[in-house]
Write a protein that binds this ligand. Structure first.
Ligand SMILES: [Zn+2]
Length: 113
């Protein structure tokens, strides 16, 4: 479900679990692992754009948590290949089963703010 009424327009929303899931593109959200190459043209524009995206991610995370909604952010690269996809599914499944404090401790969620 793509819920446009929530801050940040999460990619998936699990309403009963109060969980919003984002899949962040590695280039667009400035993945520190992939460190995608900046386009040669308009590099300043792209750096600024990516920084704005990262800042917005932090703000959106805070807004959602203020509303009592947990946030799971996955990187695009984490969903490539069987191992990464299985790990993402495992993290999501645990979040859907456990309370937020257990999930945070067990799953090493990516901080968003
Ligand atoms: Zn990445």
């Amino acid at each position: 479900m793509h819920e446009k009424s929530l801050p940040g327009c999460p990619d998936f929303v699990f309403v009963s679990a109060h969980l919003a899931v984002f899949v962040d593109g590695c280039f667009w959200h400035g993945c520190p692992i992939c460190k995608r190459t900046m386009p040669a043209t308009n590099a300043t524009f792209w750096r600024s754009k990516i920084q704005r995206n990262k800042s917005r991610d932090v703000i959106v995370g805070r807004q959602l948590r203020t509303c009592g909604i947990r946030v799971l952010r996955l990187w695009e690269h984490e969903l490539r290949g069987t191992v990464g996809l299985e790990d993402a599914i495992r993290r999501l499944t645990l979040l859907l089963r456990k309370d937020k404090w257990c999930a945070r401790r067990d799953l090493n969620l990516r901080p968003v703010g």
